[in-house]
Design a protein around this ligand. Structure first.
Ligand code: MD6
Ligand code: FE
Length: 190
């Protein structure tokens, strides 16, 4: 955990808007045909997608059949600086999943196991409204603890933590604060 690793997230938000102008936020389907409450898009060579057929990384956006927007240089350097600060040198992410949470949006407890190399960390950046992040263990049955993720917080998941179960509780924006949360997760997918 790198609390308040980023002091100003507004420039990141501006880059997210540029990505979303080319690859719109959408609510993907999960197995069983349910629509996720979190809206997602991607930038970088590979993008994470979900459909009723399952999860996969793809080079193109299924909505446009075009390659995902390029990863902004500022995203790449942020991801590499955070990884290095947590002891992971030479992190070369080839995918950045962008999640957007409106009021009430939640992400069910899951493991991130669609990437090829589990020795590579995931760098996760929180922007905007505070989330209640749920962090479990390596088995689904282990208890979850809840930790708040604030604007500017960065989590680096690597080594033995890489496969911990985790989720995000339904977003409850606080009065006077931002009512949306974005989260970037940088990965080495392939
Ligand atoms: C979120 N994050 O914070 C969701 N996955 O909105 C994740 O699902 C996540 O933060 C893998 C590694 C770090 C994460
Ligand atoms: Fe995850």
């Amino acid at each position: 955990m790198l609390p308040a690793f980023i002091d100003k997230t507004a420039p990141l938000l501006a880059q997210i808007e540029l990505v979303a102008a080319q690859a719109a936020f959408r609510h993907m389907q999960v197995g069983g045909g349910k629509r996720m409450s979190v809206a997602m898009t991607n930038c970088g060579p590979w993008g994470w997608t979900s459909s009723s057929a399952g999860y996969q990384y793809s080079r193109t956006d299924p909505l446009t059949q075009r390659p995902w927007p390029a990863m902004p240089d500022s995203f790449m350097s942020l991801a590499q600086q955070a990884a290095a600060a947590a002891g992971f040198d030479h992190f070369e992410p080839d995918a950045c999943l962008i999640n957007r949470y409106g009021s009430g949006a939640a992400l069910g407890v899951h493991q991130d196991r669609d990437e090829q190399d589990m020795d590579q960390p995931i760098v996760s950046v929180s922007i905007g409204a505070t989330a209640s992040f749920q962090l479990g263990g390596l088995k689904r049955s282990e208890p979850l603890r809840t930790l708040p993720l604030h604007d500017g917080d960065v989590l680096v998941w690597g080594g033995p933590s890489r496969l911990r179960f985790h989720g995000v509780k339904a977003l409850k924006p606080t009065a006077g604060g931002p009512d949306i949360r974005h989260n970037l997760t940088f990965r080495k997918a392939k």
